[in-house]
Design a protein around this ligand. Structure first.
Ligand SMILES: NCCCNCCCCCS
Ligand SMILES: [Zn+2]
Length: 343
């Protein structure tokens, strides 16, 4: 399987995130993508190619213009205030507060984010732009007829909505790739989000649409981040009703429970008969993941890939989460090898 990868992700390396009451060194760090790339090369998964440049247009097909320009100009504005350390938001427009955009950068950052997991640094803009190009280059390769392509994106994207970032995510790489498929003539695209956390951003972007089916298997939001989206009763709205399927699972879920949800999601995807499938590939479902509560083991990822491959769909795998850095490469590439093993 072809891998699309850019070294530009090293330009984004936040120092701290606010998690569980403490400023903690970021779990979302450059070594994650390095380990996945190393594993792909070690097992000779296939060629590794650099991304092509697609510019802002495909990003603006999904994300709000004010949000994109905030992210583009944020670091320059921050530096102009004499600040040379990472940006972090700390105030958000909660219920009954004005949904207005302040002039002050701290206010704007709060308006365009939903948690304190999105440090902005000098290299963040370049890194997130390249991560989008990695997804779009993978989509372009799939459009040429490839059965499966791996976009090794970093930073991840599935928590980012049209006009807010969060959960280590800035631009929604998978959503941008899905929109590009539709803009190039696809009628229906299915997204399967296998990350441990609900893809709240991806769901939100396509919630009122029937041309993208969103399915997600994740930690039950009653106890797990992102807490405020990802419940089973979220089925879509308007013409989008019936094209959103959430499979929240209890803490401690292992392959036996997780695979039943995967089978249910695959039934929905098969019935939808999409032109292509995008998998938001997070492997923080791993039993040793430092911030997650599922119990999948490395061999389970081979089976996951086999089940996805059995759908017989052209599939773009877009890297999302996974924070057990020593095993992230084995687990992510196992999915792709499992997929490739299905002829
Ligand atoms: N106590 C856990 C807090 C998690 N905070 C953000 C997690 C983002 C995952 C991205 S895949
Ligand atoms: Zn996650």
């Amino acid at each position: 399987m072809l891998t699309i990868y850019s070294d530009d992700h090293h330009l984004h390396h936040g120092k701290y995130e606010l998690i569980d009451g403490q400023l903690t060194p970021c779990f979302e760090k450059p070594s994650r993508a390095d380990m996945v790339l190393a594993r792909a090369q070690k097992v000779k998964l296939g060629e590794v190619a650099a991304p092509r440049e697609f510019g802002l247009a495909p990003i603006l097909r999904v994300h709000d213009e004010g949000f994109v320009h905030f992210l583009k100009d944020a670091w320059t504005e921050w530096q102009a205030m004499g600040r040379d350390y990472d940006m972090l938001p700390f105030t958000w427009p909660n219920r009954r507060l004005r949904q207005t955009i302040p002039d002050c950068i701290d206010g704007k950052f709060g308006y365009y984010s939903f948690d304190a997991g999105v440090p902005i640094t000098a290299g963040t803009w370049q890194a997130v732009s390249s991560s989008v190009n990695v997804a779009l280059t993978g989509q372009a390769e799939l459009a040429k007829g490839a059965r499966g392509v791996f976009s090794l994106c970093r930073p991840p994207g599935h928590h980012a909505a049209a006009d807010y970032m969060g959960g280590y995510c800035y631009f929604n790489n998978a959503a941008i790739a899905a929109q590009a498929m539709l803009d190039q003539g696809a009628s229906r695209v299915a997204i399967l989000d296998v990350d441990y956390h609900h893809g709240n951003g991806t769901q939100d972007i396509f919630y009122d649409r029937a041309d993208v089916l969103f399915t997600s298997i994740h930690g039950d939001p009653r106890f797990e981040y992102p807490f405020f989206l990802g419940y089973a009763d979220e089925k879509g709205e308007g013409v989008g009703r019936g094209f959103n399927f959430n499979y929240p699972l209890a803490a401690g879920s292992d392959w036996s429970a997780w695979s039943l949800a995967l089978a249910a999601a695959c039934r929905q995807i098969a019935a939808y008969a999409p032109d292509a499938l995008i998998v938001s590939l997070g492997v923080d479902t791993f039993k040793e993941d430092p911030i997650s509560q599922f119990k999948l083991d490395s061999p389970d990822y081979l089976r996951m890939g086999e089940v996805i491959g059995a759908l017989g769909l052209q599939t773009l795998f877009v890297m999302e989460g996974g924070y057990a850095v020593e095993e992230i490469g084995i687990n992510a590439i196992n999915v792709l090898q499992g997929f490739d093993s299905v002829t």
